[in-house]
Design a protein around this ligand. Structure first.
Ligand code: GDG
Length: 466
C-alpha cells in the first residue's frame, strides 16, 4: 500500500453510507476545513466508518485514501459511549453532568487508541505530517511518536480543557497528559484552554512552560518543545452565504414564519440534544417570560431544533425526558389554537433547512453552559446577509472570545437571560445592523480554511530545524 505525506486521524471517517450502500461526504465542518489541504497532497484519513463490527479494506474517495478502523460493539460501548462520552465529555465540560470513571472503559480506550496509532503509523510516509483530532484520541500522539519518531504530529482539541482542580479527578490524568505531549503542536479553541493544559502539565510533571511553549525533557537529556496554543475553529462562511442568497431558501424562511402564525419575533435554538448546550436554561427563561406576561405567544415563538445525539448514554436519555416534559408543560399552559410557545423538533435537518431557519429567526439563542467553540453561532451570523437578527451568546462558549458584538449572557443567571432575550426581541433595527455587521466581519475574515492553515503553518514552523 502506498504511504501518504499527510494523514488525518479522527474518530470518524469523513464519509457516511448513502442509501445505495455507497459513500457520501459527511457534512461536518472538519471535512470542509481539510478539503483544500487534502486536495493538494497525497492525503490519507484514518477513522471509524461509524458502524460496529464493520471491517473494510482501505479505499479511495474523492482523491483521499480512507483507512477504516474496525470497532467491535464492545469497543463502541466502552471506548466511545463510555470513556469518550461519559467520562471525558462531562469532565472536560466542567462536570455539568457527573463523569463516570470505569476501569474497563479506560482499558478499551487505550486499546482503541493503539489501534488508531497503528493504522496511522502504517499509513504515513517517512517524515510525514499527521494531524490527530479530538478527545477520543488523546493518547494517539505519544503512541505514534514512539512508533514513528520521524513524523511531525499535531493534535487539535475541539472541546474545552478544564481547570486542573477538575481535570485532576481523572484517575488516568498522567497518561492523558503524556499522550497529548507526544504532539509537536497541541491546539485548543480558547487561550484559556491552552492555559489550563499548560498548568496541568506544570502541576503534574513540573515541566517548564514559557509563553506557549512547554519544555518536555527527553531520556537523552535533551528538551523537546511542545507548542500549546489557541486556534479557534470556524466555518465555511462562503457556503452559508451562498445558501442564504438562494431565492428558494429565502422563500422557505418566509414559509417557516407563516407556518408559525407570523409571530412578531421568532427565537431559535439549534443544538445536538446535549446537557452542555443549556437547553433547559433557555426553556426556563422563555417559559418565565410567558408566565410573567412580558411576552405572549403571538409576540414570540421559540423554535428549538434538538438533533438526536448519544441516545444510548444514560445522561442523554434523562435530559431528553426533562426537556420534553418542560416543552409539553409550557405549550400546554400557553398555546392557543393559532400559536405555539415552543416548536420543538427532535430531528436532524438538511443544511438548506437550517439556513432557512437562520434566516427566519429574529433572535438566535446560544446558551451553552460550556462549549469548545459553538459553530451554530457562527453559522447564524454568516447566513444573515441582510444584517438583521440578534445573536444572544453565552460567555461559556468559545465563540464569545471572538464575537464581542453579540448580546452576551451568563446562562445560569435566569433573570439576566430573560432581560437579554427581551433586549434582543426589542432591539432597534439600526443597532441590530451595527452589531451584525461587526459579527459578520469577524466570521468572514476568519473562516475554517484560515483555521487549518494557521494550525498547519504553526505545525510546520514548530518542527523546522534551526
Ligand atoms: C464540537 C464542540 C465545537 C446540528 N443539528 C443539525 C445540524 N447541526 C450542526 C450545526 C453545527 C454542528 O452540527 C454542531 O456544531 P457545534 O459547534 O455547535 O457543536 P458540537 O456538535 O458539540 O461540536 C464545539 C465543534 O466541535 C467544532 O470544533 O465548536 O464546541 O462541542 O455545524 O449546524 N446540521 C444539520 N442538521 C441538524 O439538524 N444539517
Amino acid at each position: 500500500m502506498s504511504q501518504a505525506s499527510f494523514v488525518v486521524v479522527a474518530n470518524r471517517l469523513p464519509v457516511d453510507r448513502d442509501d445505495n450502500g455507497g459513500w457520501r461526504r459527511s457534512p461536518g465542518g472538519l471535512v470542509t476545513a481539510l478539503e483544500p489541504v487534502m486536495k493538494g497532497v497525497d492525503g490519507a484519513w484514518v477513522g471509524w466508518p461509524g458502524k460496529a463490527d464493520l471491517t473494510l479494506e482501505p479505499f479511495d474517495f474523492d482523491g483521499t485514501r480512507l483507512i477504516p478502523v474496525t470497532l467491535s460493539a464492545d469497543d463502541v460501548q466502552n471506548y466511545y459511549e463510555g470513556f469518550s462520552n461519559d467520562t471525558i465529555w462531562p469532565l472536560y465540560h466542567d462536570v455539568i453532568a457527573a463523569p463516570r470513571y470505569r476501569r474497563v472503559w479506560w482499558d478499551t480506550y487505550v486499546e482503541v487508541n493503539e489501534r488508531f496509532a497503528d493504522a496511522a503509523a502504517a499509513a504515513a510516509s517517512p517524515g510525514a505530517t499527521v494531524w490527530v483530532q479530538d478527545y477520543q484520541l488523546q493518547l494517539v500522539p505519544r503512541m505514534l511518536r514512539e512508533k514513528r519518531p520521524d513524523l511531525t504530529i499535531g493534535y487539535f482539541h475541539h472541546i474545552p480543557f478544564p481547570a486542573y482542580g477538575l481535570f485532576s479527578q481523572l484517575p488516568w490524568r498522567k497518561q492523558v497528559l503524556e499522550g497529548l505531549l507526544g504532539a509537536d503542536v497541541v491546539g485548543f479553541q480558547r487561550v484559556a484552554d491552552a492555559g489550563n493544559f499548560a498548568r496541568a502539565v506544570r502541576r503534574q510533571f513540573h515541566y517548564t512552560t514559557k509563553s506557549t511553549g512547554i519544555h518536555v525533557p527527553q531520556e537523552d537529556g535533551s528538551v523537546r518543545n511542545v507548542l500549546s496554543k489557541a486556534f479557534p475553529i470556524s466555518i465555511d462562511a462562503q457556503s452559508y452565504i451562498e445558501l442564504a442568497q438562494r431565492p428558494d431558501i429565502q422563500a422557505r424562511a418566509r414559509e417557516i414564519r407563516e407556518g408559525l402564525g407570523n409571530p412578531r419575533a421568532v427565537l431559535l435554538g439549534v443544538d445536538r440534544l446535549d446537557y452542555t448546550k443549556g437547553i433547559r436554561h433557555r426553556l426556563k427563561a422563555f417559559g418565565e417570560l410567558l408566565e410573567d406576561g412580558r411576552l405572549g405567544v403571538e409576540d414570540a415563538t421559540l423554535v428549538q431544533v434538538a438533533s438526536p445525539s448519544r441516545e444510548r448514554v444514560e445522561a442523554y436519555v434523562q435530559l431528553r425526558d426533562e426537556i420534553e416534559l418542560t416543552v409539553a408543560r409550557t405549550n400546554g399552559d400557553f398555546d392557543t389554537m393559532s400559536h405555539t410557545a415552543i416548536r420543538y423538533l427532535h430531528q436532524a435537518f438538511p443544511r438548506e433547512e437550517m439556513v432557512a431557519l437562520y434566516l427566519a429567526a429574529d433572535v438566535m439563542l446560544v446558551t451553552a453552559l460550556r462549549d469548545g467553540m459553538n459553530l451554530v453561532a457562527k453559522e447564524y451570523v454568516a447566513s444573515r446577509i441582510d444584517n438583521k437578527g440578534v445573536l444572544v451568546l453565552s460567555e461559556f462558549a468559545g465563540a464569545a472570545d471572538e464575537l464581542g458584538s453579540a448580546v452576551r449572557i451568563n446562562p445560569h443567571d435566569i433573570d439576566g437571560l430573560k432581560d437579554a432575550i427581551m433586549r434582543a426581541v426589542e432591539m432597534p433595527r439600526a443597532e441590530q445592523g451595527r452589531r451584525m455587521r461587526a459579527l459578520r466581519r469577524r466570521v468572514l475574515d476568519h473562516d475554517v480554511r484560515d483555521w487549518s492553515r494557521l494550525f498547519l503553518d504553526a505545525l510546520s514552523n514548530a518542527t523546522k530545524k534551526v
